[in-house]
Design a protein around this ligand. Structure first.
Ligand SMILES: NC(=O)c1ccc[n+]([C@@H]2O[C@H](COP(=O)([O-])OP(=O)(O)OC[C@H]3O[C@@H](n4cnc5c(N)ncnc54)[C@H](O)[C@@H]3O)[C@@H](O)[C@H]2O)c1
Length: 310
């Protein structure tokens, strides 16, 4: 298989490359390194089946060689990054997705869009299944991300309808693991860094809001299962073990044996109160099953953070 992966130098992209590099005929990474890093992928630079191209997916790109599978990950993904780069985020999801779809169309390749649970917004139902339309504020503080992904889904659907593209949409729920940026405000790494430095652990709101955290190996497994699914479809991918943010903080405190205390700050506007994927469709059609429990995944992540913290 010859892959083109946009955003492949980021957190999830680097794990995806690691999973498929041994059996791939070719992997081309397009990434502008806005939030990703060469450090995540430089161990592949000498391989003949790997190519990194510094490129912003807002701009047209034609690989001029056959591609079997386009995986479109390029987007700011953390609240810090998308609030700092609202226009780039919107353009990655809109023009960037059209550009990535155009490559798939030209080479008649399969296509996978990395969408997000954020398209469900602050959901009015739980767990969230793929038929749910969401509850999103189109002009709120997170709208540049949520709406860019909603547009990206609409664009992908249009290419399926009009050009019969074999495209899949995966709605990824909170994923964590090694290679995450340590300063981009995502809750798992925030808490781990605070715990390892014996600093206060900052919980927003009362900490009763829920999330369902997926270790990156499970997410990447789900992405690849969806990618090789025979026809266009939409899948939730993540882990359905729902916990409160307080429980996450306490688990990290217990594993790290830190002296840190939990402190509470105001809940940011439009922060979703509930996040739990309904995975029944992915389990049934893809045979997807997350296998790495929270404690095990956190232990692996904490070990990596210890080696990479300043
Ligand atoms: N990690 C999660 O919990 C999560 C959850 C839901 C969805 N996702 C989606 O998965 C994808 C990967 O997320 P991640 O967590 O690895 O984030 P990340 O920030 O580590 O990776 C994104 C990559 O895209 C690149 N990029 C950003 N804008 C670009 C542009 N305009 N042109 C080219 N490259 C660009 C970045 O440099 C980075 O390497 C994103 O699309 C994200 O929305 C992630």
């Amino acid at each position: 298989m010859r892959y083109l992966i946009t955003g492949g130098a980021g957190f999830i992209g680097s794990h995806l490359v690691s999973k498929i590099i041994d059996n791939a005929e070719k992997i081309i990474i397009l990434d502008n390194l806005l939030t990703g890093s060469e450090k995540n992928i430089n161990k592949y630079f000498d391989l003949s089946n790997f190519q990194f191209i510094s490129h912003d997916i807002q701009n047209h790109y034609d690989p001029e060689e056959n591609i079997d599978c386009v995986i479109h990950l390029a987007s700011c993904a953390s609240p810090v990054a998308y609030v700092e780069n609202p226009i780039n985020t919107l353009k990655s999801g809109s023009i960037g997705t059209i550009n990535a779809l155009g490559i798939a169309r030209k080479y008649n390749s399969s296509f996978l869009l990395a969408s997000t649970s954020e398209i469900y917004g602050d959901p009015k139902i739980s767990p969230q299944h793929e038929e749910y339309w969401g509850n999103v504020n189109p002009v709120g503080p997170r709208s540049m991300y949520d709406e860019s992904k909603r547009f990206a889904e609409a664009a992908t659907q249009a290419y399926i309808t009009e050009y019969k593209l074999n495209a899949k949409i995966v709605r990824i729920f909170n994923t964590y693991g090694p290679n995450m940026k340590l300063d981009d405000g995502r809750v798992v790494t925030n808490f781990i860094v605070q715990a390892l430095k014996n600093k206060d652990i900052t919980v927003f709101g009362k900490g009763l809001q829920t999330r369902s955290f997926s270790y990156v190996d499970d997410t990447v497994n789900g992405i690849m299962l969806a990618s090789s699914y025979k026809k266009p479809d939409i899948f939730n991918i993540g882990n359905d073990n729902e916990i409160t943010i307080n429980q996450l903080a306490q688990t990290i405190i217990d594993i790290t044996n830190t002296k840190s205390q939990i402190i509470y700050k105001d809940l940011p506007k439009d922060d979703p109160l509930q996040r739990k994927p309904d995975l029944s469709k992915s389990k049934k059609l893809l045979n997807y099953e997350p296998v790495i429990g929270l404690e095990k995944g956190l232990e692996k992540t904490i070990e990596w953070v210890k080696k990479n913290i300043d």
